[in-house]
Design a protein around this ligand. Sequence first.
Ligand SMILES: [Zn+2]
Length: 255
Amino acid sequence: MKSGRTPTVVLEVRTYGESDKIVTFYSKSKGRMSGIAKGAQRSLKRFVNKLELFSHLEILYTDSHSSSLARIDQAELINPFPVIRSNYDRFTAAALICELILHWTRENDPDERIFWLLIWALTSLEDLKQPATWVVILFNIKLLTLLGYKPALEGCSECGTPLAHQDGPYRFNPARNGLICRTCGKSANNLGQSPGFNFSISTARFLSKAQEMPLDKLARLRFSPTVVKEALLMLKNYGSSILQRDISSWNFLVK
Ligand SMILES: [Zn+2]
């Protein structure tokens, strides 16, 4: 059986039987992976206070021949993110980020950029420099870009006309993966289709810029209340439309 060592973040923890835990991680070298930690519910020194939601760990694991569950042999704590655990807004934002990773990624499909994006998001929530909603928006827009589902925000996704004030007001249409100009919105209305929800040019330009910025520059961005409101609504609906399911943690942020 093959053993390995990888940095990970804990996405989900379930108790299993009397004394074991089943843990799902996003790992740097294997992507999403699940493992069983035998005896983790007893106060075994090698696991105590480590296999907790959001923890950044380095794990030693052994792959199984017969199951997709690896055996977790050891865990070393790199960062337990104590501020996130003690702050409601930070906790709900981190829970949403982990749920998004769970549903948007596949097992054994590693992408180091996604791993570092996850670490960036948790570290940003922990250091309290930006509001939790800003971190969620930036994480989500970057994740969609890395996954190849970048929403089309540079122009109308129907007629291709670049963003311009005379074509506004725009709408965001999750089914079209992007913006719809006023003319195309009217045509959709005439056909009895939903043109989507209002989306301002300033939000589209702001998010387009964020899509292109490197992680270490994102803390410079300053959001307006309109950008926060429109971006959260767009990301929630766009994600559900592609995944064909609701992500329950969104309900704590967007009513
Ligand atoms: Zn159009």
